[in-house]
Design a binder for this molecule. Sequence first.
Ligand SMILES: C[S@@+](CC[C@H](N)C(=O)[O-])C[C@H]1O[C@@H](n2cnc3c(N)ncnc32)[C@H](O)[C@@H]1O
Length: 376
Amino acid sequence: MHVSEGGVDIEVPDARDGASEGTGDDVFYNPTQELNRDVTVAVLRAFREREPRAESYLDAMAASGIRGVRAAAEGYDVTCADLDADAVELAQSNLDAAGTGGEAVHRNANALMYDSVFDVVDLDPFGTPMPFADPAFANTRDLVCVTATDTAPLCGAHQKSGIRKYGCVPQNTDYHPEMGLRVLVGAMVRTAARYDKAAVPILSHATRHYARTYLELDERATKADELLESTGFVYHCEDCLHREAEYSLIAHPPEECSNCGSTRILEAGPIWLGPISDAEFVESVRDEVTDDFGSAKRARRMLDTLAVELDTPTHFDQHRLCKLWGRSASKMEEFLDAVRDAGFDATPAHYHGTAFKTDATVAEIREATAHLDPEA
Ligand SMILES: C[S@@+](CC[C@H](N)C(=O)[O-])C[C@H]1O[C@@H](n2cnc3c(N)ncnc32)[C@H](O)[C@@H]1O
């Protein structure tokens, strides 16, 4: 079947609508990841402005080669790798048909990444990227792009699996997309630090199906030390949804919630507590989204939100709060204006329409918005 994405034409076996995991024998192609790939192309365009020496791009888990072909169309010197011989054949024929240059190789991505140095490496596996993280950070020069589709382990819904994969304790909270991203980024930062490198997240986003982060590499060990200072713990009250962050590699959980006195405190960490994106870079990526992207409208909306999203390590969900307080929900802008009018910062969060970030505590949000439903 023929697919056209971002002005690039490729052949794929069939489009399995809604597929998010590899099932069956066909070479994998997931149409629902188009936004992920569109943003990747915009990142590759913006990144070259930031780091002009970036030329080589490894599509480490290529499948049909759609990412590699799209990167090659942007002028990158592309290698597509896959363990599956049928995928390699298809990726090579897609590269050839596009006339962009580029080579598909039948290699285990881990062996290839240890053998060769690439400027940009893109990890897009089934499930967790952790089995590929070490060679990616050991050898890549400039940028590592990472998708994780194992959202249940990442956000703590499958906690034991999350602990095994990511070497930290994730917790299932009302801010699970944020938890997932911060578990993922934390694990990437720690992996890079093993090689005395700093992996700085310059753009990260999450949806129901996956988390995606772009990490710029800095070879200074002192910078890696600095980044580790932005990892730590979140303490979450299961009763009133109050949360606190502690920047430390050693946890000192409170015995009780400082807001409601409950002892039902969840402890998550060590996770990434610093910024998940660089606002200036996000804006430059947004400017690189072009109308030929199938997801142009959604990508621009998401990047606009991300560019101004606060750096707080957790987000709130207005509906969850209002349900807890026995109130009816308000329009999002009205709700956020009330929080701002009380002197706090508040921005929508890109995860979904009722998610927001603020520097106000749960008690301060409650007080600031009480007048919106005086009956409650
Ligand atoms: C989710 S698919 C990649 C999708 C593709 N990047 C896209 O955007 O459509 C994962 C691919 O990784 C390949 N794979 C799994 N383990 C691998 C390994 N160790 N080295 C290289 N490829 C691998 C699988 O054969 C599969 O084609």
